[in-house]
Write a protein that binds this ligand. Structure first.
Ligand SMILES: Nc1ncnc2c1ncn2[C@@H]1O[C@H](COP(=O)(O)OP(=O)(O)OP(=O)(O)O)[C@@H](O)[C@H]1O
Ligand SMILES: [Mg+2]
Length: 252
């Protein structure tokens, strides 16, 4: 496979102003197949805005997004929907439908977007719930699930759409500490299975162990990028390393 074909997501020179303030300033990134790119940086750095600009939930002011070599034409509603159907988005607060069971939360897009029959969608939903360890919780409503289980339903829902890339915005930061591990374990399995992902997180041990590349953001800019070994080694002298030391101190 050529380097170009190997590139799943390409973000070029994305900038965004909100309420007159420059929130993203010329952000570019390339994600290759099977990579887990981790975005880190202080609160307000622009990580969520960048992920939402990639998915065009917040349309960027300038810049281009490419998925598997195809440039996204944001003004074409049909193309934008087709693009979104191929990008799995995971939010901090799960974004499940409270009036639908876990299974229905996963099945609904399969029926509405993929046009599957009720039966087909149900079978696929159950497969995806089993993949995240929730086969026995399929008939429960979000209110009957723990935060970790809710986030795993959200991941199953994204997986059901066969995404080419998944964007995860601090998927564990709304969880009680004892539930973080079960969600990270699912993400670790996805990485091991070759899923391409971009994830904003403050879970530094996870990033150190699993990120193929770390991007450090500050004030809307990507100011450092490299492997965990390059950015996080003791004595690396990087902003990324300083930031990690500071957040570890806070959590002690
Ligand atoms: N609609 C908006 N109007 C004006 N400013 C906004 C808007 N949405 C976000 N911002 C600002 O954009 C900046 C980046 O926010 P963003 O949520 O992307 O940061 P973040 O890196 O995800 O932070 P956190 O770690 O707290 O999640 C912040 O200064 C925020 O106040
Ligand atoms: Mg955020």
């Amino acid at each position: 496979m050529s380097a170009e074909q190997d590139r799943v997501l390409r973000v070029e020179h994305v900038s965004k102003r909100l309420s007159g303030k420059l929130i993203l300033d010329d952000c570019s990134l390339d994600v290759r197949r099977g990579e887990l790119m981790v975005l880190i940086g202080p609160s307000g750095a622009g990580k969520s805005t960048l992920l939402q600009c990639i998915d065009c939930l917040i349309p960027p002011d300038t810049g281009e997004i490419w998925l598997e070599g195809e440039r996204l034409e944001r003004d074409d509603k049909r193309k934008l929907c087709a693009f979104r159907a191929q990008v799995g988005m995971i939010f901090q607060d799960f974004n499940l439908f409270d009036h639908l069971t876990a299974e229905e939360n996963v099945a609904i897009a399969l029926r509405k977007v993929r046009g599957m029959s009720r039966k087909e969608a149900r079978e696929r939903a159950l497969d995806e719930l089993a993949r995240v360890g929730l086969a026995r919780r399929a008939l429960l409503y979000p209110a009957q699930l723990s935060g970790g289980q809710k986030q795993r339903v959200a991941i199953a829902r994204a997986l059901a759409m066969d995404p080419k890339v998944m964007l995860l915005d601090e998927p564990t930061s709304a969880l009680d500490p004892e539930l973080v591990g079960e969600v990270l374990a699912v993400i670790r399995d996805l990485a091991a299975g070759g899923m391409t992902m971009v994830m904003a997180t403050h879970q530094m041990d996870f990033a150190r162990a699993l990120a193929t590349e770390i991007l450090f953001m500050e004030r809307g800019r990507i100011i450092e990028r490299g492997s965990p070994a390059q950015l996080l080694a003791d004595g690396a002298g990087t902003r990324t390393h300083d930031f990690c030391v500071r957040i570890l101190e806070v959590s002690l």
